[in-house]
Design a protein around this ligand. Structure first.
Ligand SMILES: Nc1ncnc2c1ncn2[C@@H]1O[C@H](COP(=O)(O)OP(=O)(O)OP(=O)(O)O)[C@@H](O)[C@H]1O
Ligand SMILES: [Mg+2]
Length: 140
């Protein structure tokens, strides 16, 4: 399924809709270049899960964990693999344990950096720049 968004707000709104499809246990690979809108989409997903905390980019901390107000999905794990040198770094901070939690949703920016760790069953989202403010968002 492909969607076009015209601005940040629309991408967040799409994130909210995506959040409504989660039942817990999903691992979501968020593909897209620098500034494509991966974190923006993650913010929308977080709002959709009822997270009240401000969502910040995990670029430097690698991983942020939020508790939701949702009964079925109780935790959102947000990872950014951009800065890691080796997938073992994510393994070391507990990627597998978090990703295997059936009540968590795990969102991964720069997933290609931890390809060997990605579960076979996962969702794939591709964000492509169309123009200044336009993004094509493909969900697989
Ligand atoms: N349609 C759109 N959807 C999402 N973001 C948009 C859109 N149009 C413009 N933007 C802008 O693009 C930027 C997206 O930044 P964001 O941090 O979400 O990207 P990212 O993919 O997470 O980048 P990084 O790889 O650096 O983490 C923001 O500044 C946002 O305002
Ligand atoms: Mg980001």
């Amino acid at each position: 399924m492909k969607y076009l968004t015209k601005n940040e707000k629309e991408t967040m709104a799409l994130g909210k809709k995506i959040a409504a499809t989660f039942a817990g246990g999903e691992v979501v690979a968020l593909h897209g270049d620098l500034g494509a809108g991966k974190t923006t989409l993650a913010k929308g997903i977080a709002i959709g899960l009822g997270i009240k905390n401000k969502i910040t980019s995990p670029t430097f901390v690698l991983m942020n964990i939020y508790q939701t107000k949702n009964k079925t999905v109780t935790e959102l794990v947000h990872l950014d693999c951009y800065r890691i040198n080796n997938y073992h770094e994510m393994e070391m901070i507990g990627f597998n344990e978090y990703a295997q939690n059936p009540k968590a949703v795990t969102l991964i920016e720069w997933p290609e950096k931890i390809a060997p760790l990605l579960p076979k069953i996962r969702r794939e989202i591709f964000i492509r720049l169309r123009s200044d403010q336009q993004r094509e968002i493909e969900i697989k």
